[in-house]
Design a protein around this ligand. Structure first.
Ligand code: 1KG
Length: 429
């Protein structure tokens, strides 16, 4: 296991980050900390556990008791569905935040997606072609960097869409703090769920072996009224285990605010084993290592469009794999100059870049009404209202009436436009 912490490149890098706050891409980190993978690939983690994702769509009043036989007090399909959503969500956290640090690997700096960068793929499930789950991601903004995604399975009638905009800063103790604007909205068979994005930070930077730790709380608000509140903690938080959490299911937000007794409490490690209170017993709820991750099928680079991530970054990725700093900066500058030329041309011709499959929705100006039967953005307004959460452009999961909510007066969000995908002619999955 290589120890980079004593290398001059890492110590000088640490000196440079201590005055850092702002856009991660403003950094030239040493080659060993650069990842050949673009950040536009990270939205795939929402779909990696296909079995758990599709199970949410399969629950109904006839079969719901079969899903958590070990939990005696589950009586309704809605509660079963909320448990299945949490089980899938916990598995996505393991993917999102630990899949790159298995074994002796450590977190690296992903490539910073260019405006319009696309990453598409599919999970081939057993059934018909229509049973494939499709992943579409698009870098809808470069300043600030925003990645939007849509994952859908037609046969199972389940889809999730959302976007994330990360803001980063280094603390005095060289912890890299990451806050996310954005959200995810899951919809299936008339039920919808608003999922807020957790805050995180990177530990282990001093010793050049960074890994992610989640912090604070996030929420999952169901259109059925119930809400999960998930509190994160880790190693060092009152000497807890790393990747720890406690999730509380309330019948609605009022019960959560009043701190009524939760319907269920699930706790443990989101990257491992967790248990659930069932009456006065603790029973196993989830062991993420038992679930089969599904790898995403991505076309070979030779068949990809020039806007597709792995094709566009191929030269840079090879240079990073060679660890050749000169070649890395040459190939990166080539791509970045091409992008700068495009922006200049658009500005000169007054032809701004057109987003491909997503468009910006102004929740405030367009006065979008809360409507659980409306389109995804009526649902965003309705679910946020149910959860008492802000829909403004602030960190995900902040309460209405919070200082950030009062200080911000914009509410611009990114919506997936299905018709734009149906009319797509150049990009194949
Ligand atoms: C100055 C920045 C720098 O180079 O620091 C080097 C650090 C040692 C590496 C920091 C990088 O660590 C990566 C972890 C990435 C997050 C992982 C998962 C997710 C979830 C996904 O749904 C949205 C994106 C997000 C939040 C990633 C954001 C970017 C992170 C923090 C990378 C850091 C740059």
């Amino acid at each position: 296991m290589t120890d980079y912490s004593e290398t001059t490149s890492w110590t000088s890098f640490l000196k440079s980050v201590s005055s850092f706050s702002g856009d991660l891409s403003a950094f030239t980190a040493p080659p060993f900390i650069l990842s050949p993978v673009s950040l536009s690939e990270f939205s795939q983690y929402w779909g990696t556990y296909q079995d758990l994702f599709l199970a949410i769509a399969q629950i109904n009043k006839h079969n719901h008791e079969a899903f958590f036989p070990q939990i005696r007090s589950v009586k309704s399909p809605n509660v079963t569905r909320m448990l299945a959503v949490l089980q899938w969500y916990l598995a996505t956290l393991k993917c999102q935040y630990t899949s790159r640090t298995q074994g002796d690997r450590f977190e690296k700096k992903p490539l910073n997606p260019f405006l319009g960068e696309l990453f598409v793929g599919k999970w081939e499930n057993d059934g018909s072609k229509k049973d494939d789950t499709i992943l579409l991601t698009e870098q809808v903004s470069h300043h600030p960097p925003v990645n939007a995604f849509s994952i859908f399975n037609e046969d199972h009638n389940i889809r999730i869409q959302g976007y994330t905009q990360i803001k980063s800063s280094f603390s005095k103790t060289l912890k890299l703090n990451i806050r996310q604007n954005g959200h995810a909205i899951l919809e299936t068979n008339g039920h919808s769920f608003l999922i807020t994005l957790p805050a995180l930070h990177l530990e282990g930077i001093i010793v050049a072996r960074p890994y992610v730790e989640l912090e604070d709380s996030s929420y999952i608000q169901s259109s059925d009224g119930m809400i999960w509140k998930i509190d994160y903690s880790g190693k060092g938080y009152f000497s807890g285990q790393k990747n720890s959490f406690s999730a509380y299911l309330y019948k609605n937000t009022a019960a959560m605010e009043k701190r009524d007794k939760p319907l269920f409490t699930v706790s443990g490690q989101w990257s491992g084993v967790s248990t659930i209170t069932d009456g006065n017993k603790e029973v196993l709820f989830s062991d993420v290592s038992k679930y089969k991750p599904h790898s995403l099928r991505v076309k070979p680079i030779s068949e990809q469009h020039c806007l597709e991530s792995r094709k566009a970054w191929d030269d840079v990725a090879r240079a990073i794999e060679l660890g050749d700093m000169k070649l890395i900066s040459q190939t990166k500058s080539k791509l970045e100059n091409e992008q700068r030329q495009l922006r200049k041309k658009e500005e000169a011709g007054n032809t701004p870049w057109q987003n491909r499959w997503f468009e910006k929705i102004d929740i405030i100006e367009e006065q979008i009404q809360p409507d659980l039967n409306g389109n995804t953005y009526n649902k965003l307004v309705a679910l946020s209202k149910m959860a008492g959460l802000s829909t403004k452009n602030i960190q995900s999961g902040q309460k209405l009436g919070s200082r950030e909510h009062r200080k911000c007066n914009t509410a611009l969000h990114w919506a997936f436009i299905q018709d734009k995908w149906l009319q797509e002619e150049d990009i194949k999955v």
